[in-house]
Write a protein that binds this ligand. Structure first.
Ligand code: NDP
Ligand code: MG
Length: 383
């Protein structure tokens, strides 16, 4: 049997290592064809040794200069990330940030199926990405657990457009905290997610609930659903990964333990389902599931994201670019946890009306927003 060739982009990250953990058990069916990393060269060298891919890309130009590996064709930089996708049967896109957009565009145009974790590709790409998906018909499978759930609920219901998407959110580590305590939250506290183990950026986004905001945007464009049909439901157990309500008020949900290996294995096996090492869901052990409304006063980033989603698409980009810098500033101690939403709100006001009419324009606007936010909140950055 010919093995399916998989390219794992962002192999050294949380999504990348979970993907490789799934692939490790499925090597009879799948070939790890290409891998990419940015700066974690020690782990990347180990991964290349274990999986022996045909091609590998180091996206950080400086790291690429010094990196050596035997028996693999090496590529460098943003271009390298794109080059290693050619020849793959499926690209697992797990790089963080806007860096995922050019390669996403390339795969769509070249007809290379993508399993998409990088939510920023949808957030920045917005309507342009949606239109390109439709024009090219290139298969895109969502990897984000909530979007994978929605995708699975919609399957078999192609003739029945959904009335409502119930996008679940764990509520993060501060869900039960009073507002005054959240306002004093530290970096260490923000990095302690109750259910999911993920990269640092997305873990902080879960604490502010900006992550759920980005998922509203991702859902809006992945499934071409009007923003008013997307309802965020706080569900602290993270067992219901999301649900869809149809015209007859029937609700379909997808459930499972909170483990990213589940949506990853689903995307790899699609349209079938394979056995995997994910823990079985035990209803009796769980006992009860809980659902709440999100508190927009305690989580202003979510309110801002909802506002951005109702705009024409460009507001999403301002939300994401300013949030990226705000999280970076918070991680370095330049601003407090609570100031993250203030930074975003101010940037959204400042750049209101900015539009990107093509993929190429997105990158310039993204840089302008980021430079502005850094300059404003870290004046020495511009000097
Ligand atoms: P991590 O920070 O753990 O990993 C990011 C990966 O991207 C690493 O391999 C990193 O390389 C690489 N990378 C960093 N910067 C660049 C760049 N400029 N160009 C190319 N590659 C780069 O992130 P996660 O795995 O947590 O998240 C990845 C994406 O998936 C994000 O968009 C996130 O929102 C999304 N996602 C993640 C989930 C999760 O459970 N983690 C769940 C759902 C979505 P290196 O480490 O070598 O520097
Ligand atoms: Mg998610």
């Amino acid at each position: 049997m010919r093995r399916k060739k998989i390219a794992v982009l962002g192999a050294t990250g949380s999504i990348g290592t979970s993907t490789l953990a799934v692939l490790r058990d499925l090597q009879e069916e799948y070939e790890v064809y290409a891998l990419s990393a940015h700066r974690n060269m020690a782990l990347f060298a180990e991964q290349i040794r274990e999986f022996a891919p045909k091609a590998a890309a180091v996206t950080d130009e400086q790291c690429a200069k010094d990196f050596r590996a035997e028996g693999v064709e090496l590529f460098a930089g943003e271009k390298g990330l794109i080059q290693i996708c050619d020849g793959a049967d499926l690209v697992i896109l797990g790089v963080v940030g806007v860096a995922g957009l050019p390669v996403f565009e390339h795969c769509l145009r070249s007809g290379i199926p993508v399993a998409l974790a990088t939510k920023e590709a949808m957030v920045y790409g917005g309507r342009l990405a949606r239109d390109l998906m439709e024009q090219t018909g290139t298969p895109v499978l969502p990897l984000d657990s909530e979007l994978s759930a929605i995708f699975q609920c919609l399957k078999g219901n192609e003739m029945c457009p959904p009335e409502e998407i119930l996008l679940t959110a764990s509520g993060g580590p501060f869900r039960t905290w009073p507002l005054e305590r959240i306002q004093q939250a530290t970096l260490e506290q923000a990095l302690r997610h109750p259910n999911w183990s993920m990269g640092a950026k997305i873990t902080i986004d879960s604490a502010t609930m900006a992550n759920k905001g980005l998922e509203i945007m991702e859902t809006r464009w992945m499934f071409d659903i009007a923003p008013e049909k997307i309802t965020v439901v706080v569900h602290p157990e993270s067992i219901v990964h999301s649900a869809v309500r149809f015209a007859d008020n029937s609700v379909m949900a997808q459930l499972g333990v909170p483990d990213m290996k589940l949506p990853i294995a689903y995307a790899l096996g699609h349209p079938g389902r394979r056995k995997n090492s994910v823990e079985k869901l035990d209803f009796f052990q769980i006992g009860a599931l809980h659902f709440e409304q999100p508190d927009l006063k305690k989580f202003p980033c979510l309110a801002l994201a909802m506002q951005a989603t109702r705009g024409d698409g460009s507001a999403q980009m301002i939300f994401n670019a300013s949030n990226d810098v705000a999280v970076e500033l918070f991680r370095t101690g330049a601003i407090t946890f609570w100031q993250i939403s203030e930074v975003i709100s101010q940037a959204m006001d400042h750049f209101a009306g900015v539009r990107a009419k093509s993929f190429d324009e997105i990158y310039g606007i993204n840089e302008r927003i980021k430079a502005y936010v850094r300059q404003r909140h870290l004046p020495q950055a511009g000097k």
